[in-house]
Design a protein around this ligand. Structure first.
Ligand code: RP5
Length: 162
């Protein structure tokens, strides 16, 4: 990547209470030296902030957006309706274990896609890895790191369960 300081991933979450899970997303991006811009933005509580952030994202050169929300989780969907930047949705755990969040995020009408990940920590990490995968098409240094990550990952899994 040319400009090391420029954020290329935008991460938004519906509440500060989502941070304990979403910090795993940020840590994953950080481990690949990928710059991101992280904010608390809610589709319901701060709609104006959301619109402003999306407009600025395009200008700033953000290439992927990650949106995490729980319960009536409309954040990723509303984000996708306002931009053509790819939107990755992460359902947060909730009073009904995140099933509501998952369905709210994944059940988008045809025409407005949101790539939806697993509920909670696995989704937070995988959304970052998926963003990395998207960026790896354009940036050879990221592609190299991703390949290395996959190789190391394979080495860590034992061949036998005993
Ligand atoms: C959603 O409501 C947030 O994304 C969060 O997962 C959930 C609960 O928010 P708080 O009541 O903890 O602020 O908008």
């Amino acid at each position: 990547m040319n400009n090391k300081k420029k954020p290329v991933v935008g991460i938004i979450m519906g509440s500060k209470s989502d941070w304990t899970i979403m910090k795993n997303c940020c840590e994953t991006l950080k481990s690949f030296q990928i710059n991101y811009d992280v904010r608390v933005i809610s589709a319901h509580r701060t709609p104006k902030r959301l619109e402003k952030f999306i407009k600025e994202s395009k200008k700033k050169g953000i290439e992927v957006l990650i949106a995490a929300a729980g319960g009536a989780a409309h954040l990723a969907g509303v984000t996708a309706s306002l931009t053509t930047i790819p939107v990755l949705g992460v359902p947060m755990e909730s009073v009904v274990k995140g099933i509501d969040s998952l369905l709210s995020t994944v059940q988008m009408p045809a025409g407005v896609p949101v790539a939806t990940f697993a509920i909670g920590k696995a989704g937070a990490i995988n959304s970052a890895l998926f963003a990395i995968s998207i960026l790896s098409i354009r940036y050879p240094d990221i592609n190299k790191k991703l390949k290395k990550y996959r190789e190391n990952f394979e080495k860590k899994v034992p061949k036998r369960p005993f």
